[in-house]
Design a protein around this ligand. Structure first.
Ligand SMILES: [Zn+2]
Length: 320
């Protein structure tokens, strides 16, 4: 089903003089690394959750034990905030409502540093396992909580494990009804837990089942030979060699498009408690945790980043 609205007039909006966001860099600057850097500003995003919220470990960590576990999300998020401060980069933090409720000072801190606070739902339940009414209730609860804590209007959304798929497209209608302006949950790949393989790969409007539309910033993919592969971050960033991500992201920028990068605070936390969740999940969750922080520093030095809202504004898809 083709549900994208073509936006040919917006294909190259980066030169719009009225654009309030600096979306290019290095022009005229004496930066010895300038020629190595892509010039587009890309979306830097963090899904703020603890290691025990992760879908891959859900079978081994009952929900009713979350509150008894050591909260490690603040320490790891602070390290990421520090890295961003060093480079004067602002990012978008999709915060889980459960985290906001249990560690409210973390949301205040993210907002106080000038980053965008966005919504990662409340319970981290996969959307296609929820009813529309439960999804609406918990998403509204999370949005209100995040707005109260951050003092920002929270209008960006990312689903737990990218779980807006063909069978849960109805969630887009709910997001529109709740006042969200953009979504970043659609992963145009095949995966056992998520994915919408035929979806568009660049930011644009997406139609909800009722006919309304919402801005979508899909998770980024690149071409490797005949294959479309995810290069957005997360496990792909951690498990595969760094050059793989860099190659894919440069390819996207060379094509004139911004990408989105995402990571979780627990992905730089090599000391987190180990959970026995089966071979595949253990591999996905624990491989290269100790290498990830260094890779992230490198990435921040090799690409330009800003908030997702800023990138979508620069694309002409959001007005403010
Ligand atoms: Zn998540």
């Amino acid at each position: 089903m083709e549900s994208r609205i073509p936006l040919p007039a917006l294909r190259n909006p980066m030169s719009r003089p009225s654009d309030p966001t600096p979306v290019t860099a290095n022009s005229g600057r004496e930066n010895p690394r300038a020629d190595q850097k892509a010039t587009l500003a890309n979306a830097f995003t963090i899904d703020v959750e603890d290691y025990y919220h992760v879908s891959a470990l859900a079978s081994a960590i009952p929900r009713d034990t979350w509150g008894d576990r050591e909260s490690r999300v603040s320490a790891s998020t602070e390290r990421i905030l520090g890295m961003l401060e060093e480079r004067s980069i602002k990012g978008t933090f999709f915060v889980l409502g459960w985290v906001a409720n249990h560690v409210p000072q973390l949301v205040k801190r993210i907002a106080a540093l000038g980053h965008e606070v966005a919504c990662h739902g409340y319970s981290h339940e996969l959307i296609y396992r929820q009813t529309p009414s439960v999804f609406a209730e918990e998403t509204q609860r999370s949005k209100s909580l995040l707005e109260d804590l951050s003092g920002q209007s929270v209008t960006g959304y990312r689903a737990a494990s990218f779980s807006i798929t063909p069978r849960s497209r109805w969630a887009l209608d709910t997001l529109i009804e709740l006042g969200f302006e953009y979504d970043s949950s659609i992963f145009p790949v095949r995966h056992d837990r998520y994915g919408m393989p035929g979806a568009a790969r660049e930011p644009g409007y997406v139609l909800a089942p009722s006919g309304g539309r919402i801005v979508e910033f899909p998770m980024s993919t690149a071409s490797f030979g005949p294959l479309r592969v995810p290069v957005s971050g997360g496990g792909y960033f951690r498990l595969l060699p760094y050059w793989f991500t860099r190659h894919g992201l440069r390819q996207i920028n060379r094509g004139g498009l911004p990408f989105t990068f995402y990571l979780h605070p627990w992905e730089i936390d090599a000391e987190q408690p180990r959970v026995d969740a089966g071979v595949v999940s253990r591999f996905r969750h624990y491989t290269n945790l100790s290498k990830c922080e260094g890779r992230l520093r490198r990435l921040l030095g090799e690409f330009h980043f800003t908030t997702m809202r800023n990138v979508l504004r620069a694309q002409g898809l959001l007005s403010i």
